[in-house]
Design a protein around this ligand. Sequence first.
Ligand code: ADP
Ligand code: ZN
Length: 607
Amino acid sequence: MSASPLETLQRVFGYDSFRGDQKAIIEHVVHGGDALVLMPTGGGKSLCYQIPALVRSGTGVVVSPLIALMQDQVDALIELGVKAAYLNSSQDWRTARDVEHAFLAGDLDLLYVAPERLLTDRCMDMLTQGRVSLFAIDEAHCVSQWGHDFRPEYLGLSVLHERWPDVPRLALTATATAATRREIAQRLELNEAPHFVASFDRPNIQYRIVEKNEVRKQLLSFIRAEHEGDCGIVYCLSRARVEETATFLCDNGIPALPYHAGLSAAVRAQNQARFLREEGVVMVATIAFGMGVNKPDVRFVAHIDLPKSVEGYYQETGRAGRDGLPATAWLAYGLQDVVQQRRMINESAGDEAFRRRLGSQLDAMLGLCETVGCRRERLLAYFDQQIEPCGNCDTCLEPPQAWDGTVAAQKILSAVYRLWRERGQRFGAGHLIDILRGKSTDRITQYGHETLSVFGIGADLSEQAWRGVLRQLLAQSLLAVDHEGYGTLALTDGSRAVLKGEHKLMFRREPEKKARGSSRAAGARAKAPVLDLPAEAQRRFEGLRAWRSEVARGHGVPAYVIFHDATLREIAMQCPQTLDDLGRVSGVGARKLEAYGEEILRCLGLC
Ligand code: ADP
Ligand code: ZN
């Protein structure tokens, strides 16, 4: 063994101390133990295998599902002076052969391999002939067949245990419900391995969920008010929606790019590279995008459609603010989302158990959207972790009011009951609300609905308020989307209890459409710390950023591979005068100090 883990952290990575469980995990692996590591995105998983790989003799083999991102990871390590390489199908055979030779000669600290490549005979033979210090299985939840990122190749990885029983294996993931955790341990044969479960809290991310009305306009004003010029990700449910939203943002002066499985591999790779390398690009994407993207300065993640599960949502929003600086997770959600998702579940292929599982995932997501309590408390409870109300989510910042909606619910449920007798006709939410509010539309006249006893009994509430009531009834399964597939509404067992008055209902009152004012107040809080550099330091920061862009372009790597924003901010604040002082800034390791120290001091002198 060469240096200790702490010396390696300080010298190579330039950080002072370990975070959370890192120290315990690293020591465990250095001594040859297997481990399952569960940390939120941005929690610091990579050091958990990179440092043991540097400390133990031999090469650490990292299984990573994302060929397109291996290069950036390896480039970042090389910048740190680590001997790293990758093997994947994007290389020509000569390059691959050189990497194989380097591995066999013991010249590599870290080798990244895609799972399908690893499982080939050629690769297995090569690994047998060389010396492997550990196996790190990144994005280990890809082994979960129920999960949203399932990769069949991951199932083959149990072979590592059989072929190399003495080499420590480390499975890492940011997805951590108890069920997923069990499944990972079982499929990767990590039965004996301890689970290191970090806190899943990401305090720098501000969680906000807004009622959806004109979602593209809402998105645009959110970006303009709070994240102009910032890099962000916008998640949508369908390809068509990705395309139209990206076009809409571009038309309105926001540099946006689309990403979904319907685009060619070349276009996807190109858009991803631009997102990583250029400043201020907004990626509009389906969930196909984002795994393994470790860009540290994503300042917001927006969802304009309701995600299907809390697990997926938390992983997607976790891609914001990896650098620890303030970031926003913004979700717009409305009645139509609930109707659409309930219908999709009803119509999905698969057996009853499968549908039930989808249904309960959706229910948990809806519970999060409708809560009047702290969002973060609710999110973390989903991962069995308890916290106090956080003070950095919309419900903490502007507590919503609850109101007794029992009577309103009874009115709407009676109306559904009356219409249900005319099944076969398709009456959607809009028609129902028209009846309650006593509006005489053509359709109402056509079906004689003005004669119903419920006609006009709900004139006291606005249309928006009624949509809120409907949405919350659907969210709580006190109303169902009709199984016959017309998208009409039907009563459930739960509805009857409400109709009989056995069940008091408290609803969330949406802040009336003051739209921008309130979000700006919250936004100012979100944004302030990022901008919060004194004028002098801000000037130095801009100077350093310009210098960094040039170096990054010269090396053909993303800017954050040279230095993170957080490190540049620290340098700008402290304005070190000597190399020794500069070397003490967090994120400035020995190799970077040697390579860039003089230039940085010169740059600071000019600012
Ligand atoms: P994950 O893989 O868990 O999403 P990363 O390994 O990319 O997270 O780490 C997130 C960020 O935190 C990175 O920028 C990393 O350099 C930084 N980081 C990790 N551990 C430490 C530490 N002990 N001290 C300071 N920064 C750290
Ligand atoms: Zn909160």
